[in-house]
Design a protein around this ligand. Sequence first.
Ligand code: CAA
Length: 275
Amino acid sequence: MKIGVVGLGTMGGGIAQLCVEAGLDTVGREVTLDLGENARDRIGHFLGRKVEKGQIESFDLARLSLTTELADLAGCDVVIEAIVEALGPKQELFAELERVCGPSTVLATNTSALSVTEIAAGTSSPERVVGMHFFNPAPLMPLVEIVRAQLTSDDAFETAFALGEKLGKHPIRCHDTPGFVVNRVLIPLLNDCVRVLDEARVSVEDLDAGMKHGAGWPMGPCELLDLVGIDIHVHASDALYDKLREPRMAAPPRLVAMANAGLLGRKSGRGFYTY
Ligand code: CAA
């Protein structure tokens, strides 16, 4: 089985890592070769750590080939898209993928907040478009949501489900509704947590301790927002609010101000915490 991954940022890089670890031939596409090589170095680092810790015996980084050309994805059985979260660029990409890939290639999107049906509408073969929504950090989080859009075929849906299993994930099946399953619940919950910061005048550290030690979360909400990226979370909140119009979905002003100030979390070195 040969897998294409378009976009090797945090999510795409993590997904490509899972493919290499599963021994699948993988083609990673980035806009420049430098970006691709940075991603491959990160993948080598994380898989190397797994070998050092005895979690895996070995891995073959040569399974991952890098390209800047979409045409090199032609022979893939499944292509997973993990580019910027914007409808226009995703629709353009899927239309181009449809042109370069054979008719049997399944086209999957890792979108977290956009509609898979709307992305598929940019193609003339929407039956082969499906959602495969991984969680951050993709190599560590067991879940993948397999999202059925309006016109997704059973074949494409089950191919994506089987790939999720092959990558060692716990796939769940759902339909294309705003936020799918987890973000529909998690995004308003994280927004509530941020509102509590001001309402209860609790410190960031104490709120995180509260949710870790009182609710069994593996990391506190502020740590998690820093991990996800404040800008990504605000964008996802906006998308959900736009569709559902529930006040809890709207990003709290504190988060919008942080995003505008460039306090994006781990990736910018500062968010709720300094890194
Ligand atoms: N990629 C690959 N490997 C990684 C990695 C990454 N990004 N980050 C860490 N690792 C590896 C490291 O090699 C590390 O080992 P070493 O330090 O020995 O090198 C190993 O994983 C374990 O790391 P940690 O000790 O940090 O692991 P942990 O036990 O503390 O768990 C966690 C980390 C899995 C992130 C855990 O804290 C957790 O489950 N947090 C919650 C995360 C969460 O909720 N994510 C969902 C976000 S929402 C989302 O993603 C939806 C969306 O659409 C935006």
